[in-house]
Each structure stands twice: as structure tokens, then as C-alpha cells.
Design a protein around this ligand. Structure first.
Ligand code: NAD
Ligand code: TYD
Length: 361
């Protein structure tokens, strides 16, 4: 039975990935989820897995070398899938240091611990051990708004935000391990994900949460920035396919060919909420396009991201499967049915975050 060490599995993509893996492999695999449970980590996301014999949660910080080494010493790990990170651009603009600490140092600790556990005395590595580093297309910087240029695996790194700079640093560390030690790894760089369990600091769940409560829908700048949206299950599938069928030491970009301007997303979210909410739901009267409010732009705001997923399609046969119209409906339906989840994650610290981030803009 293959054993996976998943970092950051209590976050948005990590928890969706773990669910995907158990749906796909059921009892053929074992998953150890290592997460520090920061503001973004939520064990409620994995509540249904608690009684599985082949699932273990360990609360640990990836920057804590001793804890991570202990996990490797006590478990024979075959696969590492490394999600744990500070992931929100706006937070990184306010407080960059924790991004460097978690994303760069944390990745170094993970790499070092895996290397030590997997290395043979002659410097080769034990059979069939693989490390997958989950990263973002934001490391490539910003594309012109021309509808025809794309990020490729060969695009030079040009990160602009402290978040993307820290992710670029972590990617380069992984590359250095592959180049220096022949460490068995892959890197995936993925476009913006959406789906269930996303923390409502990110655009789509923030819009849903605010609209339901009749609060303003903050649109940065002119609302014309473009993101390339990918349904989170398609991402989970892509990660698994890269790890099992990709060429080791390679980077694969995972993206949806699904570019949308932010203002389009805002309009789609409002329209879908109005369509899905029954007339007798008291939240429906709150939802309106009048809530849209253009506010001061994000500092250093990247204009456009877009991935051409040619390599992963050609080599591995992965393609996005979820049409945006279906994915956004599924997502909004999930949030409507999980108001309690939303209330839990937005109580306490979230309110302070929101007040600090959006006041005076
Ligand atoms: P998230 O913020 O929802 O979750 C991050 C998780 O990591 C949380 O559970 C948190 O508790 C955990 N974590 C943070 N610091 C930790 C530490 N020091 N030790 C252990 N655990 C820690 O993030 P996400 O959106 O699920 O993103 C997951 C990964 O995917 C990140 O590496 C991110 O850069 C990358 N990514 C995200 C997107 C996206 O659209 N969300 C797109 C491309 C790549
Ligand atoms: P976000 O979800 O933070 O993802 P990223 O910055 O990693 O792409 O933001 C997506 C886009 O939406 C980005 O262009 C910034 C914009 N945005 C708003 O206009 N208003 C908001 O309140 C937020 C959170 C984001």
C-alpha cells in the first residue's frame, strides 16, 4: 500500500485533493495529512474521513525540522504532495515575512527531510519515491491583455507579489534539489482554483459570502484583470496524473483555458446566486448587482494570467473536464448548503482581517 504524506491537507486544495484521492483509490492508499492549522486550515473540511483507518492527521508546522523528520522516521513514505503554504496575495502585501518563512523555509525543510529519508548510502534514491511540489502560475508574472500570449513551462520567472516571489523561491529550491542531488520530484504550476472549501478571502467565496449577507462586493481597480479559472477537482486529478505518469524532474503547468475578467466573475456569481436561491430564502433579497463597489486597486496587481496546458495534455493526457458554467454552479450550491461552514470560518479572526484589508479603499 502506497503511503502519501500530504502537507497543507486541511486547506482548500489539499482537502479537495485528499477527498479526490480516497474517491479514486479508497483503501489502496494511506494518507498522512500534516498541517499546522493556520487561519486557512480547517479540520471540518475532512470531518467525513475521521474514522478511516488509512487516514491520519498530524498537527505540525512544516518549518519545524524535528517534527517533520520524526514523521519521516516513523512512517515509510512513498509520495509527498506538498501544498502547505501561505497562499493569499493581499496578505503577502501586508505581511511578507511569514510567506518567506513558510513557503521558502518550509519547503526546504520538507525537501531535506524527504531526501534524508529516501537517500541510499551511495547517493541514489530508494525505488519509486516521489515528491510533488504544488505551485502557482503567478511565478511567471503578468501577461499582456492580448488574448494570445500564454504561460509555458519555459516562461522565465518574473514574480511580482511577495506571495509569488516566495513561491518562486520554493520552486527554485525544488529545482536545485533535482539538479544537485537528482532528487525525484516534479513541480506543478497551476492557475486560479475554485470550488468547495475555499476560504472566503479569495475572490469567488468572498463574493458569495458578501452577497448572501448584502455586503458590498469589492472589485479592485477597473475589474478588467484576467484570471484563468480551474475547478479544484480537475487540479487534484492533474496532480495525481503528473505524479503517476509524468516524467520525473519535469515541471507541468495545469490550467483551464478558462480566462475571465474579474467583473465577469462578479456578474456570474450574482446571477447564479439569484438562479439557485429559492424565492422564500431570506438571503435572496440581499443579492443584487447594486452591491458591486469598485475600490482602490491591489498594489502591483498582475493584469492577466493564462496557461496553455499543452505539455500536460500531450504527455499525460490531462485536460480540464469541468466547464466553468457547471463548476461555478456546483461551487455556489455547495456554499449555499454549507452556511454553517461559512459561518464558522468567518467568525472571529476573519472579521478583523476583513475590516483591516478593506477599510478606506
Ligand atoms: P490554503 O491557504 O487554503 O491552505 C494552505 C494550508 O496550508 C492550510 O491548511 C494551512 O493550515 C496550511 N499551512 C500553512 N502554513 C503551514 C505551515 N507552516 N505548516 C503546515 N501547514 C501550513 O491554500 P490553497 O489555496 O489550498 O493552496 C494550496 C497550495 O496550492 C499552495 O501551495 C498554493 O501556493 C498553491 N496554489 C493555489 C492556487 C489557488 O488558486 N488557491 C493556485 C495555484 C497554486
Ligand atoms: P484572488 O482570489 O485573491 O486570487 P489571486 O490574487 O491569487 O489571483 O483574486 C483573484 C482576482 O480578483 C485578482 O485579480 C484580485 C481580484 N479581487 C477583487 O477584485 N476583489 C477582492 O475582494 C479579491 C479578494 C480579489
Amino acid at each position: 500500500m502506497r503511503t502519501y504524506l500530504v502537507t497543507g491537507g486541511a486547506g482548500f486544495i489539499g482537502s479537495n485533493y485528499i477527498h479526490y484521492m480516497f474517491r479514486k483509490y479508497d483503501n489502496e492508499i494511506r494518507i498522512i495529512n500534516v498541517d499546522a492549522l493556520t487561519y486557512a486550515g480547517n479540520l471540518e473540511n475532512l470531518e467525513d474521513l475521521r474514522n478511516r483507518d488509512n487516514y491520519t492527521f498530524i498537527k505540525a508546522d512544516i518549518t519545524d525540522k524535528a517534527s517533520i523528520e520524526k514523521i519521516f522516521a516513523e512512517n515509510d513514505i512513498d509520495r509527498v504532495v506538498h501544498f502547505a503554504a501561505e497562499s493569499h496575495v493581499d496578505r503577502s502585501i501586508r505581511d511578507p515575512e511569514v510567506f518567506v518563512h513558510t513557503n521558502v523555509l518550509g519547503t526546504a525543510v520538507m525537501l531535506n527531510a524527504a531526501k534524508a529519508a529516501w537517500e541510499n548510502p551511495d547517493g541514489t534514491f530508494k525505488e519509486d519515491r516521489k515528491f510533488l511540489h504544488v505551485s502557482t502560475d503567478e511565478v511567471y508574472g503578468s501577461l499582456p491583455d492580448d488574448g494570445k500570449s500564454y504561460f509555458y513551462e519555459t516562461t522565465p520567472y518574473s514574480p511580482h507579489s511577495p506571495y509569488s516571489a516566495s513561491k518562486a523561491g520554493s520552486d527554485l529550491l525544488v529545482r536545485s534539489y533535482m539538479d544537485t542531488y537528482h532528487f525525484p520530484a516534479n513541480i506543478t504550476n497551476t492557475s486560479n482554483n475554485y470550488g468547495p472549501y475555499q476560504f472566503p478571502e479569495k475572490l469567488i467565496p468572498l463574493l458569495i459570502n458578501n452577497a448572501l449577507a448584502g455586503r458590498e462586493l469589492p472589485v479592485y481597480g477597473d475589474g478588467m484583470n484576467i484570471r484563468d479559472w480551474l475547478y479544484v477537482d480537475d487540479h487534484a486529478k492533474g496532480i495525481d496524473m503528473v505524479q503517476e505518469h509524468g516524467r520525473l524532474f519535469e515541471t507541468y503547468n495545469i490550467g483551464g483555458h478558462n480566462e475571465k475578467r474579474n467583473i465577469e466573475i462578479v456578474n456570474i456569481v450574482i446571477e447564479t446566486l439569484l438562479e439557485l436561491l429559492p424565492d422564500d430564502d431570506p438571503r435572496k433579497k440581499n443579492v443584487s448587482k447594486d452591491l458591486i463597489k469598485y475600490i482602490e486597486d491591489r498594489k502591483g496587481h498582475d493584469r492577466r494570467y493564462a496557461i496553455a496546458p499543452d505539455k500536460i495534455k500531450k504527455e499525460i493526457g490531462w485536460e480540464p473536464e469541468t466547464m466553468f458554467a457547471d463548476g461555478i454552479k456546483k461551487t455556489i450550491k455547495w456554499y449555499l448548503e454549507h452556511q454553517e461552514w461559512l459561518s464558522h470560518v468567518t467568525s472571529g479572526d476573519y472579521q478583523n482581517y476583513y475590516d483591516t484589508m478593506y477599510k478606506d479603499r
